[in-house]
Design a protein around this ligand. Structure first.
Ligand code: NAD
Ligand code: IPM
Ligand code: MN
Length: 368
């Protein structure tokens, strides 16, 4: 590593630094999303007094169960036109076992807004938080770039003879030349922009000989444009093992949709825990969506137990994207202080609740 990264993505944001008020669409969603997002907003209010304008949307399981609404048809266009960024909590509720509302809202927004980059930083803030023996902060500082608009998530496939003993279920792995190239290129651009030396592409081309052959060929072409960067490849099974064995070998990882989903939960845990992990769903230059990596955690929802730091770090990522890096850094610094001083929820060894942690971080930002 040649730099010490903070949580920000720092690549091709909205590209403006004016004092214009940024319009933020807030979608708390389900479960702990409804607890952690208010804490992120509390911190944003302090960090950016008067610079942000929040509008809340009630899309999620309650609304779906009440009137059948998932993602309103005009939502993508409205969000693109009227907002600069979206802050989302989590989608998923045991009362909706099909997960249909979550697929419509969460995946719907990723696809319909064409948010092709899912940036999931794995950065260890304090060595006491990693379960990996003898690892320190400098060992765990990498970014996972997950392709976010195709692959196994494309929703292509179906059932044949559903519910019978002869049932067939298919789910197509859709990989396009354009889709693979733009995420691979984004990973290299990010590395170049930050002076990072290593980009590792992970696939399963030894078994998925069509879909991931495309990843191989595209990666080989794009890497040639970045001669200063060491480009490597690992099969996904090896990558996950290597992330545990020696995470210091990674600066930037780029992979397909489903592998990125899995790798980012593992990455979150080695970097301190799922409650702490932020992510950005980004289309450079367009309205983009920031959400913690974790889900709605139904078992702890409504108990003031959820860790809000992942959502608060999403707020910092969002500010960076919106061209407010100083405010983003203040939040990042306050979160590091909360961890250092043990002002955290139980998952990180503290004894504060969700609200009290949010209040502490907001207070630290206010005192800066
Ligand atoms: P989960 O992330 O909700 O929970 C996994 C484990 O981590 C649980 O033990 C939970 O208590 C713990 N956890 C998660 N976030 C935490 C936090 N902030 N503080 C403390 N502990 C935390 O994953 P799951 O249990 O697999 O899924 C639950 C629901 O969430 C499902 O409906 C799933 O589809 C959905 N989900 C949504 C998203 C999203 O909206 N982005 C992401 C993952 C899962
Ligand atoms: C995530 C989640 C989602 C995904 C689910 C809820 C569809 O796990 O954001 O990581 O798989 O992308
Ligand atoms: Mn996930």
């Amino acid at each position: 590593m040649t730099t010490s990264p903070t949580i920000e993505t720092n690549v091709k944001g909205l590209g403006e630094t004016s004092a214009r008020r940024r319009r933020i669409a807030v979608i708390p969603g389900d479960g702990i999303g409804k607890e952690v997002i208010p804490e992120a907003c509390r911190v944003l209010e302090v960090a950016c007094a008067g610079m942000l304008e929040f509008t809340e949307f009630d899309w999620g399981a309650d609304r779906y169960l009440r009137d059948g609404t998932t993602l309103p048809v005009d939502a993508p266009e409205m969000l693109s036109k009227d907002f600069d960024a979206i802050l989302l909590g989590a989608m998923g509720d045991p009362r909706v076992p099909s997960n249909v509302h979550a697929a419509d809202i969460l995946l719907g927004l990723r696809f319909k807004l064409d948010l092709y980059v899912n940036a999931r930083p794995c950065i260890l803030f304090d060595r006491k938080m990693t379960p990996l023996k003898d690892r320190t902060e400098s060992d765990i500082q990498f970014m996972v770039f997950r392709e976010n608009t195709e692959g196994l998530y494309a929703g292509m496939g179906g059932f044949f003879k559903k519910g019978t003993p002869d049932e067939v279920a298919t789910q197509e792995d859709v990989n396009t030349r354009k889709g693979v190239e733009r995420i691979v290129r984004y990973a290299f651009e990010y590395a170049r922009g930050r002076g990072l030396r290593r980009v590792c592409m992970s696939d399963k081309s030894n078994a998925l000989t069509f879909a991931h052959d495309l990843w191989q060929r595209v990666f080989h072409l794009v890497r040639q444009e970045y001669p200063e960067i060491t480009a490597s490849h690992m099969y996904i099974d090896n990558l996950l093992m290597q992330m545990v064995r020696d995470p210091s070998q990674f600066d930037v990882i780029v992979t397909c949709n489903v592998f990125g989903d899995i790798a980012s939960d593992l990455g979150a845990q080695i970097a301190g825990g799922l409650g702490l992990a932020p992510s950005g769903n980004i289309h450079p230059g367009r309205v983009s969506m920031f959400e913690p990596v974790h889900g709605s955690a139904p078992a702890i929802a409504g108990k003031n137990l959820a860790d809000p730091l992942g959502a608060i770090l999403c707020a910092a990522m969002m500010l960076e994207y919106l061209g407010l890096p100083d405010e983003a850094r203040e939040i990042d610094t306050a979160v590091r202080a909360a961890i250092r001083e043990g002002k955290t929820t139980e998952d990180l060894g503290g004894n504060l609740g969700t609200r009290e942690t949010g209040e502490w971080v907001a207070g630290a930002v206010g005192r800066k």
